[in-house]
Design a binder for this molecule. Structure first.
Ligand SMILES: C[S@@+](CC[C@H](N)C(=O)[O-])C[C@H]1O[C@@H](n2cnc3c(N)ncnc32)[C@H](O)[C@@H]1O
Length: 215
């Protein structure tokens, strides 16, 4: 327990939470900081919606240690354009060894169990729902495949792992999709899962966070 508290104190999580309460930080920053606490060097993680690559980049930095403990990041998106954007960001931000740990896959996240090798424990599955910023706003995540992806993530996740969802309710269909995520989290058994939601009460269209921690 003492070690966990030390990791928490040293992680900067309290600062980010306070900034979130003060309306000074974005939901995605809160998600990144939660991953920082959960992810260990050498872990396998999944970015279920890699988009412009910012989440993938943050995950690479968390799992990479050295040549022996390199970790693995599976980054999925249905759009070739998004995978190209992610690759471009990785090219300009990472060295060759770091880039090698990322596997970019053009597929729907409902098929993530076909991407991650059987038996490979996954520490974090990150969802950043909605459409690609700067891209085609018609190409959005949807409740049916998001629910299937959450089911896959639930099974792939190791104990001590986290499903992290940043949801958006301001675009058509976004609220319904987010309700699906909430219902999924609400139904998970409390002895095995800890599920929570973070949202701004007086900014009803602000991004909403859901964390599902597998005990
Ligand atoms: C908000 S963006 C993700 C942002 C990204 N994580 C980042 O850091 O830049 C949502 C992404 O989800 C992708 N997407 C939509 N439906 C999907 C699906 N069924 N499976 C995987 N990705 C999907 C979109 O193409 C889009 O790139």
């Amino acid at each position: 327990i003492a070690l966990s508290i030390l990791r928490w104190v040293g992680s900067g999580l309290e600062d980010v939470m306070i900034d979130y309460i003060l309306g000074k930080t974005k939901a995605t920053e809160v998600a990144h900081l939660a991953w920082k606490y959960i992810v260990q060097k050498g872990d396998t993680v999944v970015d279920a919606t890699c988009g412009n690559g910012h989440d993938t980049l943050a995950l690479v930095k968390l799992v990479t240690a050295d040549k022996t403990q390199r970790g693995r990041v599976y980054s999925l998106d249905v759009q070739k354009f998004a995978l190209e954007k992610t690759l471009a960001l990785l090219d300009e931000s990472l060295d060759k060894d770091e880039k090698e740990i990322v596997k970019l896959v053009e597929t729907c996240h409902s098929r993530m169990h076909e991407v991650v090798p059987k038996g490979e424990p996954v520490r974090v599955v990150a969802f950043n729902l909605g459409y690609l910023p700067g891209g085609d706003k018609a190409l959005i995540t949807g409740p049916k495949t998001t629910l299937m992806a959450l089911e896959s993530a639930k099974d792939l996740l190791t104990h001590g792992g986290l499903i992290s969802v940043v949801g958006y309710v301001g675009h058509p269909g976004g609220r319904e999709e987010f309700e699906t995520v909430r219902e999924f989290g609400s139904r998970l058994p409390v002895d095995e899962w800890s599920c929570c939601e973070l949202r701004m009460l007086n900014r009803p269209l602000a991004p909403v966070l859901v964390f599902m921690f597998k005990k």
